[in-house]
Ligand binder design. Sequence first.
Ligand SMILES: NC(=O)c1ccc[n+]([C@@H]2O[C@H](COP(=O)([O-])OP(=O)(O)OC[C@H]3O[C@@H](n4cnc5c(N)ncnc54)[C@H](O)[C@@H]3O)[C@@H](O)[C@H]2O)c1
Length: 251
Amino acid sequence: MGLLEGHLAVVTGGGSGIGQAIAEGYAREGAAVIVGDVNAKGAAETARRIAAAGGVGHALALDVTDLQGCQATARKIEAEHGPISILVNNAGIVRRATIDSATAIDDWNDTVAVNITGLFNCVHSFQDQLKARKGRIVNIGSIQSFVHTPNSVAYTTSKGAVKNFTVGLAAELAPYGVRVNAIGPGLIFTPLNEAGIQKQPEMLERFMRHIPMGRPGTPADIVGPAIFLASDMSQYVTGVLVPSDGGYLTI
Ligand SMILES: NC(=O)c1ccc[n+]([C@@H]2O[C@H](COP(=O)([O-])OP(=O)(O)OC[C@H]3O[C@@H](n4cnc5c(N)ncnc54)[C@H](O)[C@@H]3O)[C@@H](O)[C@H]2O)c1
């Protein structure tokens, strides 16, 4: 019997990278998984992979920055599948540029819209369903919930906000039996950083000096913590951010 048998999970940004791995991992543990992504093709591919592995996966187009779209999606899901019991707020973007760059204002606005307001929009839209099922929320923060890495002040700010959003929401929703936690991935090779860190030897070297375990992470490194925080294994855990970073924050 899987650790998430009987659960219905929504994973935002599940069409790629870490979200795809979490969606597949949850399905392996017995959850039915709804993959929401602004990239509908990516979401459909994840649902296909889940079905090919014998699981239950559904895909839908979802832009977490669109509050009305999130509300409509929540209503549609409840009507078709019943209330969800797990929400993974994974959708996120990173823009690396200095604050005096020509793109700084757009970078700031887009990053805040996806990485902060997107979480609020999803939680607000699904809160009644999560309360009805004493559900679990898993937010994806970052090592940048704690530290800065080069040229990413908007991203660092947004991931710091994820940590405090997790704390505030955990206290507010605990009386309803809803637990709220977060994960702080370190350097994980995914399409998110393919154009940046992975192809810049100096940047990669800088990150690697901070990783005592001696290797970059893979999306699979985030799946275990995500299952733990969504399952009854963590029944007395709420309001924490669990780093999964090969020790990045230790040095
Ligand atoms: N890769 C890393 O090194 C790393 C490290 C720390 C934290 N994270 C965080 O992990 C999460 C996933 O990142 P990833 O590396 O898998 O990136 P990714 O780019 O591979 O996947 C992100 C997914 O989010 C989707 N998305 C973007 N904007 C969206 C929106 N408005 N609405 C819905 N979906 C949207 C994208 O289409 C994409 O499928 C992000 O929150 C990211 O900040 C990643």
